[in-house]
Design a protein around this ligand. Structure first.
Ligand SMILES: Cc1ncc(COP(=O)(O)O)c(C=O)c1O
Length: 396
């Protein structure tokens, strides 16, 4: 029996693949500060749990394939507050932003198609694109340039007859880069001129720091055909376990294509949709409070990283991640050292090694991604552990 060539080209997630070693370290009684995964400790708004508790039905039925009407209305309401007018038919509720991404790739890619993606990128993009038969065509970015990539000079030479889409994460995971309104418009123009889909993964939309403007490609009314928005409650409302996202597009042919998959997978979990409808209605003050909290964590993380000799990093401007180049030969070996050999007072720390965030072979080998999703006190300790571990690793 054979596995498909498509799956052979996929990798395990660099964010999750160390889990067996985490379990083994925990069995030895080691406390792990997990900064490898974007799982915040911020409380989920209670309206989610209240909505679930109020649910009374004798039969837990399948939901409609596009999503329950209350949730679709709640998503529309949230977008209207961003000045983005959507029709209910523009919204397809999905099992997390993850399913929205996979559906997108299945709908737009053929064997050999390419998607232009700035690297470092969210590693699961590679899996979704590979599973649909495509490949990432990376736009290389550097910390020295603040990981910026949105220029004609960098994007246009990569476009060829195999290119189907430009995919951006804004604000960025793993770099924390936020596109300016002009950059977003430029990318939209390039997509339009070259007849490409413009996929904007905006799951971190609400997390922008230092007074930066929140922007969404959803406000480009002229992008009816090109624009595909990826949405999710996971990070915005600290509700990762709800597994609710949305695929949003005004391109009817595209959403009808996605509906074929949506109908085949029947529906998204009914109860989580009910809870998510309540989340989309939270007061805007909720976003301000969480934004302030993450900005504080960003400040701690950046300050502590700068204190470690030999570390190269830039100040992230959004989302809740940062990339850092460490003075180690291999971040992957270093991660194994952290989990198998290192401890200080019975504690260690985990990150996501950088190479899985790149498509270019050999890139990111000494880099890590840090998710600053834990409270400031824990972050301080975790980054002290990182500093200590680098010293010990390099003095072995
Ligand atoms: C950039 C980005 N897009 C999409 C997702 C998918 O999230 P979910 O499936 O939980 O909505 C994540 C999760 O970390 C992410 O970082």
């Amino acid at each position: 029996m054979k596995l498909s060539k498509k799956i052979d080209l996929c990798e395990l997630s660099p964010i999750r693949k160390f889990y067996p070693y985490v379990v083994a370290a925990e069995r030895r009684g080691v406390k792990i500060h997990a900064l490898n995964i974007g799982q915040p400790d911020v409380q989920t708004p209670s309206v989610y749990f209240d909505a679930l508790a109020a649910f009374r039905q004798n039969v837990l039925e399948y939901a409609p394939s596009p999503g329950i009407p209350e949730l679709i209305e709640a998503i529309r309401g949230y977008y209207l507050r961003l000045n983005v007018a959507l029709d209910p038919a523009d919204i397809l509720v999905t099992t997390g932003g993850s399913e929205a991404l996979l559906m997108t790739m299945l709908c737009i890619l053929d064997e050999g198609s390419e998607v232009i993606v700035p690297e470092p990128f969210y590693p699961n993009y590679n899996t979704f694109i590979r599973a649909a038969g495509g490949a990432i065509c990376p736009v290389h970015t550097k910390p020295e340039d603040g990981y910026r990539y949105a220029t004609r000079e960098q994007i246009e030479p990569l476009i060829n007859e195999k290119t189907r889409a430009i995919l951006v994460t804004n604000p960025g995971n793993p770099t924390g880069t936020v596109l300016t309104a002009q950059e977003l418009r430029l990318l939209a123009d390039i997509a339009k001129e070259h007849d490409l889909y413009f996929i904007c993964d905006e799951v971190y939309r609400e997390f922008i720091y230092d007074g930066g403007e929140k922007n969404t490609a959803g406000c480009f009314d002229d992008l009816k055909e090109q624009l595909i928005l990826i949405d999710s409650v996971s990070k915005r409302f600290s509700a990762c376990g709800a597994r609710i996202g949305a695929l949003i597009s005004r391109n009817r042919a595209f959403l009808e294509a996605a509906t074929k998959i949506a109908q085949a997978r029947l529906s998204v979990a009914t109860l989580d949709q009910i809870g998510a409808a309540a989340l989309y209605g939270v007061e805007p003050t909720y976003f301000e409070a969480t934004r302030q909290e993450y900005q504080h964590r960003r400040d701690v993380c950046y300050r502590k990283l700068k204190e470690i000799p030999g570390v190269v990093t830039t100040e992230p401007k959004g989302a809740f991640y940062t990339m850092a180049k460490l003075p180690v030969d291999s971040a992957e070996d270093f991660q194994m050292f952290l989990l198998n050999e290192f401890e200080d007072n019975g504690e260690t720390v985990t990150f996501a090694p950088g190479s899985g965030f790149y498509a270019t072979p050999g890139a990111g080998k000494s880099e890590i991604r840090i998710a600053y999703v834990r409270c400031a006190e824990e972050l301080e300790r975790a980054l002290d552990l990182l500093k200590l571990a680098i010293e010990k690793y390099n003095n072995r």
